[in-house]
Design a protein around this ligand. Sequence first.
Ligand SMILES: [Fe+2]
Length: 495
Amino acid sequence: MVGGGERVAEAPAPVVSGRLPAWLSGRLVLNGCGEYRGMQHLFDGYACLSGVRLDGPAGTAAASQRFLDSDAYGHFRRTGRMKYREFQTPVPADGPAGRAVAVVDNLVALMSKGRAFTDNASVSLTPLPGGQLLALSEAISAAYLVDGTSLATGRQVTYTDGVAGDLTTAHPKVLPDGTIVNFSRSLPFGGYHVYVQDPASLERKQVAFVRDRDPLAPCWVHDMAATANHLIIVEPPIFMSMPSLVLGASRQFAFMDWKPELGTRVHVVALDGSGAVTHTAPPFFTFHFANAFERPAASGSGTEICVDFSVYDDPEIINDLSLDRLNAFPGKDISPSWLRRLTIPLAGADGRPVGPSTLAAPTPLIRDESSYGNFVEFPAVNPRYRGLPYRYAYTTAAVRPTNMGNALARHDLADGTSRLWHAPGGMPGEPVFVPRPGAVSEDDGVVLAALARGDGRSSVVVLDGASMKLVAEVELPFCVPYRFHGTFVADGDGH
Ligand SMILES: [Fe+2]
């Protein structure tokens, strides 16, 4: 939690171990929840931004923290009560009359085309031109501009461009030319409105529509993968329950049902607007994708897409991240997940797109998957290799027993090995890879990650991207809540 207020002003953050690389100069800005009173799940708290300024030439750092000024958080600050449903926690209702009012409110929210959903943009940050960051969560109203330096909340991003949708993903993909790709979706009776978005004006243009397989129960999709030409939407068989969203009653996984017998759908959407192909695959669950790229097909003719991601057997990880389970350390061991590759046929020898096919289950990318504790999350790559053939993925990992990711890993896809960094008692968040200016080798750079330390304090660790050895540790002048996703903006890189 952030102590005592909405903001912690920037204060020096001492380098307590090693030395910052002289070339590393910029800001690590992270998003995540920071206020959990009354909440049930890790995804439920109010958005709080953490900024860490790293000044490599001077060998110093400084940090600040600030809540996102959303309507959801403002209401909570003023009244001590929730205004909107968050991921798992519904608005509390007292007595039969209160429950009836809540049901009506939930119905109105569902019919509002997303305008009455939470605006708690707590999940991610995407750099935009002019030093702005786009803070997002999955409700279409949970979209705010944030100043990358002061962390001040700017305007709420709203749309009048006619692209339908109540929900979106908090994982927009940025193509090499800077174009943003994402989808919005309406519920129920909807599907995926895939759009391209101008990073400066934020105007969107729909390039494809893919209908839901069950019009009354859309599948939950948290993240996607993209190449320069295609968006790949992997749709596990986890279905949102409209009755749960209206009545506020919990289902097997928050407000969702798992139906493995229905299998996974994989949509390959051409970003030039020429269409989409839907493949089928065995059932599995996923949150996050590492990378995707196109290459000549291994079969010898045509092309294929490789999609690399964190794969779970089922969605039990959702329940693992309830606050009850997280507080019961070591409690139940965190559900296993693996770094694996889905291979999707793209075009035949004549260059024409292939039709729908049945895909094989994702295949392991690391020879001994126990070497990373059978757990990967928050996969990242060198940003210069996004959408391209690559060799190294960086993720969180596990040294078991643990009820949360508690290590960082570098995975070498060429030799199939993993290299771990682990601080006993510590819990690192998403790794962010920062390439060294002028680097030739893909792993020439550093990995940055926030670390909740075993002694209760918070820090940012700087690891060597090749050896995974600690280069420097910056102790933060305040406690940082568990972070989800962030970005590093190098000095002079604010467009
Ligand atoms: Fe995410």
